[in-house]
Design a binder for this molecule. Structure first.
Ligand code: MN
Length: 313
């Protein structure tokens, strides 16, 4: 499939590269590196993201070239990274485009004109890295920095289940190409906003722990009170997962429309991708998400009951 993707790229000139709404480190890093690869191949390429680049990723190379938009600009092809449908991008106008889908999610679907889905890798960045190597584009310091950041965030700093010697081989090659691990880690792990810390305090003061499950939540009132942004909610779920006997942690975030965004994380024994899919979402074995109707009590019991049915409590 790698060669099929490369063939379609070589045959075209103007590209749009995109990822899902509320992009994570893998979505951003992979998109920025892919855009630069295309430019170095002599193509026109623009990275277009519905929500733009989150604050903690704005210092990445090429981040200033990324465009925030609701519509795809004119193109010969769109490369979608980390998406299981065009809907995930929240961009309009994709239906008429030639679509190239590159993804590593278990829930990945072949919705595009050409699809490269490999759920054996830890990050889409690994696939983009393979693509860049196959295209004979040199991996310079800037591309390596984007890809390393993506790999670091999608592996939870090389701690999530599935991280293996291959992951470290890719990481090593990226460091050899100029990525600085400490410099990549700093804005992500030591770059929190005060609002995020306050939101974490509110979430943890309401921590629930039952058997091998834990869950936390934040309301729109709390988000407003601390003047937090959507991106300040990223990663809060990991604090609930850090309890010694917890296997699965869940984070419930109230949306402006009173629905709840649900983030599920697993230490590896329970496949939370399956649970998110039951509610119209998706993701990986260890990290998945979905959105369900409120109120909070109802949202919590729907998810917890589903997990109980997996008899993990
Ligand atoms: Mn990913």
């Amino acid at each position: 499939m790698l060669d099929g993707v490369l063939q379609e790229i070589r045959a075209r000139h103007r590209f749009v590269v995109t990822s899902h709404a509320r992009p994570d480190g893998d979505g951003i890093g992979s998109a920025l590196a892919c855009g630069q690869m295309l430019r170095l191949m002599g193509k026109e390429a623009v990275v277009v993201l519905h929500d733009g680049v989150p604050r903690i990723y704005q210092n990445l190379p090429f981040a200033e070239l990324a465009i925030r938009a609701n519509e795809v600009p004119a193109n010969d092809a769109v490369i979608l990274l980390e998406c299981d449908s065009t809907r995930r991008t929240l961009l309009n106008g994709l239906d008429e485009c030639f679509l190239i889908n590159i993804d590593h999610h278990l829930s990945g679907r072949a919705f595009a004109d050409i699809n490269w889905i490999d759920s054996t890798v830890m990050a889409t960045a690994e696939l983009v890295y393979k693509l860049i190597r196959r295209a004979c584009v040199p991996v310079d310091h800037d591309i390596a920095t984007c890809l390393y950041t993506a790999l670091m965030t999608d592996t939870g700093s090389f701690m999530f289940a599935g991280t293996n010697e291959h992951t470290f081989t890719v990481a090593r090659e990226l460091v050899l190409a100029g990525a600085d691990p400490a410099q990549c880690a700093r804005p992500i792990y030591f770059g929190h906003s005060t609002a995020k810390m306050r939101l974490l305090g509110a979430a943890l003061s309401n921590l629930h722990h039952e058997g091998s499950l834990s869950w936390i939540s934040v309301t729109q009132d709390e988000i407003k009170k601390f003047q937090a942004r959507e991106e300040d909610c990223e990663g809060l779920v990991n604090y609930a997962l850090s309890i010694f006997d917890v296997q699965v942690a869940i984070f419930f975030r109230e949306l402006p429309d009173k629905r709840f965004r649900v983030s599920l994380r697993s230490k590896g024994e329970i496949n939370v991708s399956k649970i998110a899919e039951d509610f119209g979402g998706g993701g990986h074995k260890c990290a998945s998400g979905c959105a369900i109707d409120g109120p909070l009590d109802r949202a919590v019991s729907m998810i917890i009951d589903r997990l109980r049915a997996e008899s993990i409590l």
